[in-house]
Design a protein around this ligand. Structure first.
Ligand code: GSH
Length: 263
């Protein structure tokens, strides 16, 4: 059977999972622990040590969340999630590109400075941090993670990230002035790509950045959240993790919301 590997509450794995649930594709979700990403078994699947990884039933492998999303839409029956019209499809692809190149990085910086930093204890458990850093194959990601963990919300990357995601919210509000969904009148992969970024902001308790300030985003997020696929993704997060995520962003809610709102 085809399997998707992910780690708990990982944004990229959630992108792929959302599409799997939208398509009701018979793909088994295999949730592993972050520590297993460094194991030789996992490195054989993805030498970069990152999720998501899709392992097809004949053992062929696909990596990169956006690639997996398009593959699942193409390979399985069910509603088509990529618009047939070339221009509308290009608009969808632009959202997916922005998620990959801008919003995911911003989402990661905030998550590392809050939730992941919290997992490493106070004072920081140096041995655990070093182990986590060593498991990252890419030196740039390693440097970013170390800075965001050590500096927490003081990290310049966090202020930039809040501004970036604030910009995303404004862009969504603009698009929804003329369209029901991000890439036109129909639901598309653009929503599945943006969904986990919005969900992370919600999990961190930052919903007041759009609700009620941005009424179209508020309505769109409600519609998106009610979808079966969104509910299924949400259900995979344990109550304990949700509580930890929310608590880890207390300081953002107390003093940094303006950076997100300024967008
Ligand atoms: N560009 C990749 C990024 C993959 C990525 O960074 N995945 C994160 C989870 S969202 C990961 O595996 N992180 C490992 C870690 O946190 O140790 C994609 O879109 O799939």
């Amino acid at each position: 059977m085809t399997e998707l590997y992910g780690i708990p509450v990982a944004t990229c794995a959630r992108k792929a999972l959302h599409v799997i649930f939208e398509k009701s594709a018979p793909i088994q979700y295999r949730e592993i622990e972050r520590a297993q990403l460094a194991s030789p078994e996992f490195r054989r699947l993805n030498p970069a040590g990152l999720v998501p990884v899709l392992v097809l039933s004949d053992s062929r492998i696909l990596i990169e969340s956006s690639v997996i999303m398009r593959y699942v839409d193409d390979a399985y029956p069910g509603p088509r999630l990529q618009p047939a019209d070339p221009y509308t499809r290009a608009r969808m692809n632009l959202w997916m590109k922005w998620v990959d190149e801008r919003y995911f990085g911003a989402n990661s910086a905030i998550t590392i400075a809050t939730f992941i930093r919290g997992l490493l204890g106070d004072p920081l458990d140096e041995a655990r941090l070093q182990k986590m850093l060593q498991s990252l194959a890419d030196p740039a990601s390693r440097a970013l993670r170390e800075e965001a963990v050590r500096l927490g919300l003081q990290s310049p990357a966090v202020t930039a990230a809040l501004g970036c995601l604030g910009g995303m919210l404004i862009r969504i509000e603009e698009v929804l002035k003329s369209d029901a969904w991000l890439a036109g009148s129909d639901y598309s992969l653009a929503e599945s790509a943006v969904f986990p970024i919005m969900l992370r902001l919600q999990e961190l308790g930052l919903e007041s950045a759009w609700n009620p300030r941005l009424p179209r985003v508020t309505d769109w997020w409600k519609r998106l959240g009610h979808r079966h696929a969104s509910q299924r993704v949400l259900e995979l997060a344990s109550e304990e993790l949700r509580t930890e995520l929310h608590a880890s962003a207390d300081a953002i809610r107390a003093g940094m919301l303006s950076a997100l709102i300024a967008g």
